[in-house]
Design a protein around this ligand. Structure first.
Ligand SMILES: NC(=O)C1=CN([C@@H]2O[C@H](COP(=O)(O)OP(=O)(O)OC[C@H]3O[C@@H](n4cnc5c(N)ncnc54)[C@H](O)[C@@H]3O)[C@@H](O)[C@H]2O)[C@@H](O)CC1
Ligand SMILES: Nc1ncnc2c1ncn2[C@@H]1O[C@H](COP(=O)(O)OP(=O)(O)O)[C@@H](O)[C@H]1O
Ligand SMILES: [Mg+2]
Length: 278
């Protein structure tokens, strides 16, 4: 198992070229947020925008529009019960599932619409629905972000039995081969043949919305740092907990929204190689 270090941030986060525009930094479509779980997509979007995404659209229940806009006027919105094909076509990255609840039809329509060159991140309720309805993954560049219980539902491996060997064997049955971010204390990231371990982060992160924030960061990083999807995912996972550790030096708990607020500073420091605080 390879231990992740801050080198992944040094390698991934680069200075921006001057002659660029929002179209160069990722068009992200976030789909989720029932009436009950609007906070999940707000936290996805806060993380994606603060990670530097060029354009973020949130497809959600209309009751979430006002709250989303008051937190984040940078994001665009659309009603997730309407046909999303045109939005999916335009996206570089589609993130679906945070707070999606039981909206199976929205998930299946999305799985049927994504193209093979697009990045598809499946989180939260999308993972539970995939497992419950035994849905196939589409031909796309897929990232799965389950916590241990969601991975148990998907892989049929009990939490206590989730060893790297068993996880890799289960992952090999998924086609096309996804990147797996198995979230827990010391999160593990599985690619087709390698396993990486996060050795930073801690229980001050055990707050609802922490995973929604990570999913938004993965969307933001993968839409922007396009040379390697694997590298972008690893960097987002490391950055999320590096910020939490930094904040936890003076806090008992770290809130997901506090992590999002610190992302631009961390990215600035790594792009400029000013690593004094981390
Ligand atoms: N503000 C919001 O709108 C929020 C919405 N959320 C959404 O709520 C839906 C349900 O997700 P939940 O994860 O709450 O529910 P789940 O039922 O999928 O999983 C939670 C259960 O798994 C157990 N568990 C075991 N190991 C775990 C681990 N390592 N990490 C986390 N849980 C572990 C927990 O004790 C709990 O019983 C998802 O769509 C999610 O995105 C959550 O993200 C919380 C915040
Ligand atoms: N004790 C812990 N140590 C380190 N990281 C943790 C701990 N508890 C939770 N986390 C992190 O918080 C996030 C929780 O994700 P998830 O359960 O999907 O949250 P939510 O769905 O509420 O947004 C993951 O990134 C996980 O690794
Ligand atoms: Mg979650």
């Amino acid at each position: 198992m390879h231990k992740l270090t801050q080198e992944i941030l040094e390698q991934t986060i680069t200075k921006r070229a001057n002659a660029t525009h929002k179209g160069d930094y990722g068009r992200i479509l976030i789909i989720g947020g029932t009436e009950q779980y609007g906070g999940a997509v707000i936290m996805n979007a806060l993380a994606a925008v603060n990670s530097g995404s060029g354009l973020v659209t949130v497809a959600t229940h209309p009751s979430n529009f006002t709250a989303l806009h008051s937190h984040l006027p940078e994001a665009m919105v659309t009603d997730y019960t309407q046909d999303l094909t045109a939005f999916i076509t335009k996206a570089d990255v589609v993130l679906i599932g945070s707070g999606l609840g039981e909206q199976l039809a929205i998930l299946t329509a999305t799985l049927n619409s994504v193209r093979s060159d697009q990045i598809l991140i499946l989180d939260g309720s999308a993972l539970t629905l995939l497992a419950e309805h035994q849905l196939d993954l589409p031909d796309a560049r897929i990232v799965l972000t389950p916590h241990e219980m969601e991975w148990q539902r998907l892989s049929q491996i009990e939490i206590a039995e989730q060893t790297p060997a068993k996880n890799l064997a289960a992952l090999a049955t998924f086609k096309p081969s996804p990147i797996l971010v198995l979230k827990k204390y010391q999160t593990e990231i599985y690619t087709a043949d390698q396993v990486f371990q996060l050795t930073i982060g801690g229980p001050y992160q055990a707050t609802g919305g922490m995973g929604d924030t990570l999913a938004g960061m993965i969307a933001g990083f993968s839409g922007q740092f396009r040379t390697s999807l694997e590298q972008a995912v690893l960097a987002a996972v490391y950055a999320h907990s590096a910020i939490a550790d930094d904040l936890a030096r003076e806090r008992y708990v770290v809130l997901p929204t506090q992590i999002s607020a610190e992302i631009p500073k961390l990215m600035h420091d790594y792009a400029n190689k000013k690593l004094t605080n981390l």
